[in-house]
Design a protein around this ligand. Structure first.
Ligand code: GUN
Length: 297
């Protein structure tokens, strides 16, 4: 194994610590804590784990955490009403509606209801548009976390060939926009891409976000490339009845060839919540009119 392992867990812990470091001055200036509201509809076990982790991390950072758990039978209109109530609540700087939502609820309508200036997930079309044209807004947490890891590892990214595998609104598309803003030459590949192996082989930076266990093989990786694996896939483990987590990249193979790689777990995963806290801190400062130096965090 030759690649450097990118320790997202350590980086995320450090980022959370830095966010927490800004909270006392904010509290003193605004006479309140930054506040994050999370809405969870239904009982999806993975969503429950995420929401619990978000709550714990928010409290640990010295912020206020507001949780709204709703029955899966809630009507779309009732959920719209709850989001509007939070839009109007001055103690709430960030609103996150945990996805997926039940089938009878139109996710896009709910996201469109969130005040774009409280949209710390960066899912609202206004924030997608701000990202596309280079205006300040909120960038989805997972891709922004990936970019932070890349900058930390590589410094200046300009001129590098980046291939993003996956075209979701949550990861693939915003990731491509971020890399473009860093002056990378960006390719977005997906399930219909012809000769995906050849496309990935061109890349100095590979970001894998397809949701298919170990799809990207070691011999697809250009020697020395930096590999960011966003995938979190549960697959059968070695022992009967046990499962394990793997990424979208065949880790052991890729680590033989890559210059640097994120592991699963412990790579990109922990960055998402750390960036959510960062976005909430930024939202709180903007909303309260308290100065936070550009690029401070
Ligand atoms: N479900 C899985 N990941 C996310 C996320 O980052 N934000 C929201 N709102 N829901 C999710």
């Amino acid at each position: 194994m030759s690649a450097d392992i990118i320790d997202g867990k350590a980086f995320a812990a450090q980022l959370r610590g830095r966010v927490a470091g800004f909270v006392p001055a904010f509290r003193a200036a605004a006479r309140r804590a930054p506040g994050l509201a999370v809405i969870l509809v239904g009982e999806d076990p993975a969503s429950q784990v995420y929401v619990r982790s978000k709550h714990k991390a928010t409290i640990e950072a010295g912020m206020e955490s507001f949780e709204y758990r709703r029955d899966p039978s809630i009507s779309e209109q009732k959920l719209v009403d709850l989001v509007n109530q939070l839009n109007a609540d001055d103690a709430v700087d960030g609103i996150l509606v945990q996805l997926p939502l039940p089938d009878h609820i139109n996710e896009q309508r709910i996201i469109a209801t969130i005040d774009p200036d409280k949209d710390v997930d960066g899912f609202h079309v206004v924030n997608a548009g701000r990202l596309a044209v280079g205006l300040h807004g909120y960038v989805p947490c997972t891709p922004l976390g990936c970019l932070m890891l890349l900058r930390d590892k590589l410094g200046d990214l300009s001129g590098l060939d980046a291939v993003v595998v996956g075209r979701s609104n949550i990861v693939g598309k915003p990731m491509a926009q971020l890399l473009l803003a860093e002056s990378c030459t960006v390719t977005i590949a997906h399930s219909r891409t012809k000769d995906l192996a050849a496309v990935v082989r061109r890349a100095d930076i590979v970001v894998a976000a397809v949701g298919r266990p170990e799809m990207i093989r070691g011999d697809w990786i250009k020697p020395g490339a930096t590999v960011i694996d966003v995938g979190i896939n549960r697959v059968p483990g070695a022992e009967a009845g046990k499962t394990k987590l793997v990424g979208d990249v065949a880790y052991a193979e890729a680590a033989e060839v890559a210059g640097a790689i994120t592991p699963v777990p412990g790579g990109v995963g922990p960055m998402t919540i750390a960036v959510l806290l960062r976005n909430t801190l930024v939202a709180a400062h903007r909303r309260a009119g308290v100065l936070l130096a550009k690029d401070a965090i």
